[in-house]
Design a protein around this ligand. Structure first.
Ligand code: MRU
Length: 371
């Protein structure tokens, strides 16, 4: 797949992967060649590529490139299973909070395990099964995001008063750059805009790494969506002025009760939204849901380098903080389900059935039953 425009973060064709270096946006458009899982690991850790779905796809495809270009693998089909599993475990260690990566890893391991279990399966057949499964992740993501956009727009439209357009506030970057294309929360905003319902999108700067000012603002301007950038600390005042009809954010990991880990600052926005009686939605694919965790208390929160606060440009620029100060820099926080109005997925919107939390397992079981 070639780079159709500057908003394509993942450019893949069999044997070749290029990732848009998001650290350089919006000023420079530079693609980095990813030749193997080690390149993939560093690209994820160093934020060349970020956003829960994009991380999972980039990791899987970095290993796909390594596999495609393997010259001499002497082992059996079973050896391939061990090889792929150890590479995937390594990739999963790059960033702990987003569950999409470990979800993809579990599914890909299962694919190769099944392929190897076929009588007479050779290494090349098992590798081929891996390649096809990894490539499907990229293909499926855009359709999933468009479905999220459609369901999200439908529920948020219910907020409309006498057909008046709505303004939405979003946080971090959940758009084309954080996914294979279109986006989750930003996909909902894109859908509302294409339906003529969006008055304005407000995006936060998203300190300290500035995914909002650098990436979301870039996407909104690129798509000519009416949009305004606000400081993270301006969100409460914006809501108080009555300028926000709904808040929509993405997710890195949603526990079974609906507690949601997302970019640091999400929890503050949800508290402010509650105070101002503004509905607060999470938009995320089912791959962001972790039914193995009963609540958000079990979610491991990644802490990132103090440099992101000590230096300008999220750690990439010159020193701005006083030398000697200690830093606490969690990359994510957990918003309790009680503050969330609905979880917008590609299969529909999960709502609470009374009470303060969601029953996501019941929603998932119903989907399985419907198939
Ligand atoms: O640290 P980042 O930039 O990877 O954090 C990204 C977020 O928190 C997003 O909201 C989340 O991954 C969803 S992206 C569709």
């Amino acid at each position: 797949m070639a780079a159709a425009d500057s908003l394509q973060s993942i450019c893949y064709s069999r044997g070749s992967l290029r990732l848009l270096d998001q650290r350089k946006l919006p000023l420079e458009t530079v693609y980095l060649d990813i030749k193997d899982s080690s390149d993939g690991w560093y690209a994820i850790k160093d934020m060349v590529v970020r956003g829960a779905p994009a991380i999972a796809i980039a990791a899987a495809l970095s290993l796909a490139v390594e596999v495609s270009n393997l010259k001499d693998f002497a082992g059996s089909g079973e050896d391939v299973v061990v090889f792929i599993a150890s590479k995937l475990d390594y990739l999963v260690s790059s960033r702990p909070t987003a569950v999409n990566l470990s979800d993809a890893s579990t599914k890909l391991k299962e694919v190769v395990r099944r392929a190897a279990a076929y009588a007479g399966a050779q290494a090349k057949n098992v590798f081929e099964a891996y390649l096809e499964a990894a490539e499907i992740l990229l293909e499926d993501d855009v359709a999933s995001n468009k479905a999220i956009g459609g369901y999200g727009a439908a529920i948020i439209r219910l907020q409309q008063n006498n057909g008046k357009k709505l303004s939405l506030l979003t946080h971090c970057n959940t758009g084309s750059l954080a996914t294979a294309g279109y986006g989750t929360a930003l996909g909902v905003i894109r859908s509302l805009n294409s339906e003529g319902v969006l008055e304005r999108a407000y995006c936060t700067e998203t300190r300290p790494f500035n995914q909002g000012s650098r990436l979301t603002a870039f996407e909104l301007v690129h798509d000519k969506i009416p949009a305004t950038l606000v400081a993270d600390s301006a969100a409460a005042a914006l809501m108080k002025e009555g300028r926000v009809g709904a808040v929509v954010v993405g997710a890195d990991r949603v526990a079974a009760n609906g507690d949601t880990a997302n970019k640091i600052g999400t929890y503050s926005l949800a508290l402010c939204a509650k105070h101002h009686n503004i509905p607060f939605y999470v938009a995320a694919p089912l791959t962001s849901i972790d039914l193995s965790l009963s609540s958000g208390e079990e979610i491991v929160i990644e802490e990132r380098s103090p440099k992101e606060l000590l230096n300008s440009r999220g750690g990439l620029g010159e020193q701005i903080a006083a030398s000697g100060i200690t830093v606490w820099n969690p990359a994510f926080d957990v918003t309790p389900a009680s503050l969330i109005a609905g979880i917008i997925t590609e299969k529909g919107v999960i709502l609470k059935e009374g009470g303060d939390s969601f029953d996501i397992k019941a929603f998932a079981d119903k989907l399985t039953g419907d198939q």
